[in-house]
Design a protein around this ligand. Structure first.
Ligand SMILES: Nc1ncnc2c1ncn2[C@@H]1O[C@H](COP(=O)(O)OP(=O)(O)O)[C@@H](O)[C@H]1O
Ligand SMILES: [Mg+2]
Length: 229
């Protein structure tokens, strides 16, 4: 079955950090291809390079050698403006800490990035309301982040990540601070929304109880990704 342009391709990505006069090799040749709408988990022990890999895929960190394309566009040789544009157009992000703006309501937190992307105020608000409804937060639109539970805040973060209809959401341990019930709730919302919008996601997680939400589980080990079977 032909699925069109892959959402994300990484080929032979190599990355080391320089620490004093020693090299710290982290990624030794990572290959990854994500098809539209695919839901992929990355697991691996602490320090294996998961965050580093996500940052490279998002164009937020440089690589030594290798290739990354997002929806067919070269992320590596793009200049920083082009990279920012590719990120805005195709990618969404959810962090372990929600990173919501503390002085703004849930609704504003979802709407503001859309406004910065050039959407009109009314469209941004309508879209934000709909998304917050989808993540079961209609009753929290006017709440500030500090007045919401951890699970609620992360669901706002998910609504925000999906507001511009990205092709792929990248998330680094998004359930890391949540209890079991909130974690499952968040993953269910992500799966539902990804099915509705055709959005893929690539999520780093430590939580083996969540792996059934994914189409594929990859392990980052010794600088390479391998698929679990
Ligand atoms: N800026 C840096 N300088 C030197 N080493 C780094 C830097 N950032 C990360 N590392 C090292 O790279 C490795 C991978 O880090 P990271 O991607 O954060 O791992 P993970 O997210 O899997 O826990 C670790 O050994 C870490 O110490
Ligand atoms: Mg990490």
């Amino acid at each position: 079955m032909s699925k069109g342009t892959p959402t994300l391709v990484a080929q032979d990505v190599v990355k080391k950090y320089v620490q004093g006069d020693a090299d710290v090799p982290v990624l030794l040749g990572v290959d990854l291809k994500i098809e539209p709408g695919e839901r992929v988990a990355i697991v691996g022990r602490s320090g294996s390079g998961k965050s580093c890999l996500l940052h490279i895929l998002a164009g937020l960190e440089s690589l030594d050698t290798g290739m990354v394309t997002v929806h067919g566009h070269d992320m590596v040789n793009a200049d920083s403006d082009q990279r920012a544009r590719l990120r805005r157009q195709y990618l969404g992000f959810v962090y372990q800490q929600h990173h919501l703006l503390p002085e703004f309501s849930a609704l504003e937190n979802v709407a503001i990035p859309q406004r910065l992307n050039g959407d009109g105020a009314e469209d941004a608000e309508t879209n934000s309301r709909q998304l917050l409804e989808r993540v079961e937060l209609s009753h929290r639109l006017d709440h500030l982040p500090q007045a919401m539970s951890g699970g609620e805040r992360q669901r706002v973060a998910v609504a925000r990540a999906l507001a511009h209809r990205p092709r792929l959401v990248l998330a680094d341990e998004p359930t890391g601070n949540l209890d079991e019930m909130s974690s499952h709730h968040l993953m269910r919302m992500l799966v539902d929304l990804s099915e509705e919008q055709g959005t893929g996601f690539l999520i780093v997680t430590h939580d083996l109880a969540l792996l059934s939400y994914f189409d594929r589980v990859l392990t980052l080990q010794n600088g390479r990704l391998s698929s679990d079977s």
